[in-house]
Design a binder for this molecule. Structure first.
Ligand code: NI
Length: 395
């Protein structure tokens, strides 16, 4: 028998999902330290009769739900992240963080509750022909939890045909979604440039090679990469976020070394490679022209999050049927932020979409100490995940 709609079904246990979400909010854990969170997730899945696998990507949890039939041989992955941030919460409500310096400021508590809501509906109805793999990922915030799950053989053990993930988005109103068929988020790289000169007395600069002066020229020159080398129809950001040289108490010391640290954001691999090459050339040439030397250390942290068009269009169509055309933004502007679901999208087709939660005008921004996940959007998030599974593998 066809179950009632996922949204109507999941609304029936909205209160329980809200309570669970607030409990997770009150007990945040950093990436790869989600011991309590992963135990709660595993316990909730077990109580639903879902097959549970733990220890994939350290604190990662995977749940497997077979459909009423598995004749199609299809397997769909749904992913939520579980980790919090090293940030002190500035909220006063009852479910505020109970841990100083730790906070769910990106709504991963909400994502975990949403996927558990989908799990409950899917485990009760199993109204699909295939297998759903519920991926509860650790350490999205800069620690590469998705990469760790892949390294532990996530898709060897569970060879998904496609993977899907969502992220709450304060800039979109509650009850809406945003997606596009291509780049959703940028690649995030870190660079460090160490400029080495010859230190000496600030009164006798002619006896030194001043790395501070080189740093000044280099900072300016680095901004030419985006404006003069990147095709204006492509996108890139080069930001120097840290400049360190000398000591504030040493006004008449020219230091031996200056250090620049920053980030590069790009969508296309060719642009990323060109930016790195230009940065290396500028660093070496400018330092060399002043008689100094420069070493660029360039690290690729997260790749760009690139949706595959058929899967993104599938989600947009499905959301349109569920909530109406006016609630679905199909051409959402990509963000220069980054996301480690990108590692999964490098090896599987799939889509990443934004779940509107509102609050941006009131200062409820991601990674802000006043942030809180909007519980009102849990059933829609769960229903979207459940519908993706049902419609990808119809009975
Ligand atoms: Ni996040």
């Amino acid at each position: 028998m066809k179950p009632r709609s996922p949204l109507d079904s999941i609304r029936l246990f909205h209160d329980e999902l809200t309570a669970l979400r607030r409990d997770l909010h009150a007990h945040p854990e950093l990436g790869f330290e989600e011991v309590r969170t992963s135990a709660i997730v595993a316990g909730a899945l077990q109580s639903l009769g879902v097959e549970v696998h733990r220890g994939i990507g350290k604190t990662g949890v995977v749940g497997v739900i077979q459909g009423q039939r598995c004749d199609s041989g299809k397997m769909i992955g749904l992913r939520a992240d579980m980790d919090a941030l090293a940030l002190t919460e500035d909220n006063a409500f009852a479910h505020r963080s109970s841990k100083a310096g730790l906070m769910h400021a990106c709504g991963h508590d909400g994502h975990t509750a949403i996927l558990l809501g989908a799990a409950r509906y899917l485990a009760q109805t199993r109204y699909f022909d295939g297998t759903v793999v519920l991926i509860f990922q650790p350490a999205e915030e800069g620690r590469g939890g998705a990469r760790a799950m892949l390294d532990d053989g996530l898709f060897d053990t569970f060879p998904c045909d496609a993977v899907y993930a969502l992220h709450n988005w304060p800039a979109l109103p509650p009850g809406t979604i945003g997606i596009n068929p291509g780049p959703m988020m940028a690649a995030a790289d870190r660079f460090e440039i160490v400029i080495t000169g010859v230190g000496g007395h600030g009164a006798h600069p002619y006896q030194t090679v001043d790395p501070v002066l080189v740093a000044g020229h280099l900072i300016t020159a680095l901004q030419s990469v985006v404006s003069r080398n990147v095709n204006p129809l492509d996108s890139a950001v080069v930001s120097v976020g840290s400049v360190q040289a000398g000591h504030p108490d040493a006004m008449s010391v020219i230091p031996r070394e200056a250090r620049l640290v920053g980030t590069v954001r790009t969508f296309r691999r060719s642009v990323q490679e060109m930016v790195e090459t230009r940065m290396r050339e500028l660093s070496q040439s400018i330092a060399g022209a002043f008689g100094a030397s420069a070493q660029l250390n360039y690290q690729r942290i997260y790749p760009a999050t690139l949706n595959t068009a058929p899967e993104a269009n599938f989600v947009a169509d499905l959301a349109t049927q569920l909530i109406g055309k006016d609630k679905v933004v199909r051409d959402l502007t990509p963000s220069m932020g980054s996301e480690d679901f990108s590692f999964m999208l490098q090896v599987k087709p799939g889509a990443y979409f934004r779940l509107g939660q509102g609050g941006a005008d009131a200062g409820c921004l991601l990674h802000n100490p006043r942030y809180d996940f909007n519980d009102a959007v849990i059933p829609l998030g769960s229903a979207l995940f459940a519908s993706i599974a049902e419609r990808s593998m119809p009975l």
